[in-house]
Design a binder for this molecule. Structure first.
Ligand code: FES
Ligand code: FES
Length: 139
């Protein structure tokens, strides 16, 4: 039980019961994929979005990383489902970190999830240019 307490309840919940784990079938249409990692710890998140009619219909992830990265990915996929790509692009790692009450040393785990969401949407927009209004300014 002591080990469990190291994570907040929300992290624990998403850690024990991560949502949307997996990946889409190879060759599935309207999917954007991102693989992002941090050299510092070697943790990697693969995250995919399926976008149809301008809305994120589904999202899936696989995380090869710490519990906070898994919980962050899980919560991120929950947050972006049903949103437009433009809305999902607004997702801030702090939204995730606050909800999961990540301690300072784990903030970067939520950043990894934010990066994954952004890159997955960008990948989709590259593959399907003009399908959704690309309102995101290149940064
Ligand atoms: Fe692990 Fe930063 S040290 S993602
Ligand atoms: Fe690496 Fe959390 S410590 S992503």
């Amino acid at each position: 039980a002591g080990a469990v307490r190291r994570y907040s309840e929300n992290v624990h919940e998403h850690f024990q019961h991560p949502r949307n784990v997996g990946s889409f079938k190879k060759g599935e249409e309207h999917v954007g994929t991102a693989i992002v990692g941090k050299a510092a710890c070697g943790d990697v998140i693969k995250l995919q979005v399926k976008i149809e009619e301008g809305v994120i219909k589904d999202a899936k992830f696989k995380t090869f990383g710490c519990g906070s990265a898994i919980a962050s990915s899980s919560y991120a996929t929950e947050l972006i489902k049903g949103k437009t790509p433009e809305e999902a692009m607004q997702l801030k790692n702090t939204d995730i970190a606050d909800y999961l009450k990540l301690p300072p040393v784990k903030i970067h785990c939520s950043l990894l999830a934010e990066d994954a969401v952004r890159h997955a949407i960008e990948d989709y927009q590259k593959k399907y240019p003009g399908v959704t209004e690309a309102t995101i300014a290149a940064d």
